[in-house]
Design a protein around this ligand. Sequence first.
Ligand code: SF4
Ligand code: SF4
Length: 164
Amino acid sequence: MAIGVKVIERPIAETSYVRAALQGMGRTLKHLFEQKVTTQYPEQKESLSRRWRGTHRMLTTEDGKAKCVACGLCPTICPANCIKLVPGEDERGNRYPLAFEIDEFRCIFCGYCQEVCPEEAIHLGRHYENSEYSREGFVYDLERLTAQTHPVCEMWDPADPKGE
Ligand code: SF4
Ligand code: SF4
């Protein structure tokens, strides 16, 4: 049986290297006149979203004590298992944290701890510049958490889904 050969023409219009090269040069030229978007960090910083979830803060009462009542909800719900709480109780039965630590290195910044806290004590914050030289440096104890001063993160509000 004779074998037939089908000749397929090269689609010049679609595979022209000259055309593709000219298109690329045109695109490069166009970018020369567009507004530059490079941010000169750290001298120049973009403002963060009100819902940015970064470094935690522990809010305090008027007399400077941590608002945490050591209920245990945040370490229970934390999916990264990065909150350590040792609860204490005073002579009047008020609970407070003997120790409270968050490992910011393990944290996935989901925001569950802030959502679940009945005292609105623990918050994520609009802050991200917490570089350290060791992993241990990322473990924030109660003193360090209460000393943070950056703005706290706002939670998602179903009445304002776009956060405007
Ligand atoms: S933000 Fe999420 S992962 Fe981080 S400490 Fe809170 S609950 Fe845990
Ligand atoms: S949920 Fe709030 S009150 Fe309860 S242990 Fe965590 S920070 Fe403290």
